[in-house]
Design a protein around this ligand. Structure first.
Ligand code: R5P
Length: 293
């Protein structure tokens, strides 16, 4: 209730204390809107600066992928260990409990499947992303695709407009076509194009040679996909090398949910990403946790 009498006069102006002008812990996003920074800070851990995103959006082009046949049984128990989940809106509504309490990187483009021509995608409606409280919009971008490159870059640019309007960050998801080589030159170009067109962070792949140049040439943070299933020790080494070369996290799917012990694996990946465990110690952690299960 507003009173015009008896109010205590304001006097604590602390004129001798300078106002803190904090920077932001993620590169390339220091000038982003409050809503964008707030949502990025839900996805990335401010202490380590990194994130473990659990990806299970594969079914949107591949159907019931191994490990994702019954996501209520295989994925839901893993969600508690992830910093962020990445999935389609269909999976979010049908499988993920609304009380899961994790930020969502929403798969934000859809189109053709593995049965036809990949990459012919359009965007999902922004109203639904807002309704679902998405923490990031994740459109696929097919750099180098002779037919759909421009269309998918336009999708990303449209997402960046939504980011400006609604404060939901854009995650550029680089798709590498069958005939393209995942080398530093290609990945450097693909990630840079995503950033230049407005992505707040980019998902790409690790490469053995020159990955640190890919990271350096991309003005926003990079997270890496895990790719096809590897032996657990190798997948942990991949994560370690990527983080050591400057990646700010992983957006990992098959190497977690197709693991012999997914709960142990996601915790070991977290050990690498947040605690800097080396591959040997992380694999030992995986084995110890798997033994206890
Ligand atoms: C691929 O486009 C999907 O978006 C996946 O989310 C991504 O590839 C990460 O999954 P994985 O670690 O299995 O490659």
């Amino acid at each position: 209730m507003a009173d015009n009498e008896g109010n205590i006069e304001a006097k604590n102006y602390n004129t001798d204390v300078a106002v803190k002008t904090d920077g932001f812990f993620l590169k390339g996003n220091a000038h982003a809107d409050w809503g964008v920074q707030n949502r990025l800070a839900r996805i990335f851990n401010a202490k380590s600066g990194n994130t473990v995103m659990l990806a299970f959006d594969h079914g949107y082009i591949m159907g019931p992928t191994s490990g994702l046949e019954r996501m209520d049984l295989s994925i839901v128990p893993l969600i508690q260990y992830a910093d962020c989940i990445m999935c389609s809106r269909g999976t979010l509504r049908s499988v993920v409990p609304p009380l899961a309490g994790k930020p969502v990187a929403l798969r934000f483009s859809a189109g053709s499947t593995i049965l036809t021509e990949l990459n012919n995608e359009c965007l999902v409606g922004i109203d639904d992303a807002i309704k679902l409280d998405a923490s990031a919009l994740a459109p696929m971008v097919a750099i180098g695709d002779m037919k759909f490159e421009a269309k998918t870059i336009q999708n990303l640019a449209q997402c960046a407009d939504y980011t400006s309007r609604y404060g939901i960050p854009t995650l550029g998801v680089t798709a590498v076509g069958k005939n393209l080589v995942r080398d530093a030159r290609y990945l450097g170009l693909a990630t840079r194009v995503c950033a230049e067109n407005g992505a707040n962070f980019v998902k790409t792949y690790y490469c053995e040679e020159g990955f640190e140049k890919v990271v350096a040439g991309c003005p926003v943070p990079i997270v890496i996909a895990g790719g096809k299933k590897l032996p657990e020790a190798d997948a942990l080494e991949l994560a370690y090398k990527a983080i050591s070369s400057g990646a700010r996290g992983v957006d990992m799917g098959r190497n977690i949910f197709q693991s012999e012990n997914p709960v142990a694996m996601i915790q070991a990946v977290k050990g690498v990403v947040h605690e800097g465990l080396n591959p040997k110690d992380a694999y030992q952690m995986y084995c110890d946790l798997a033994k206890k299960a």
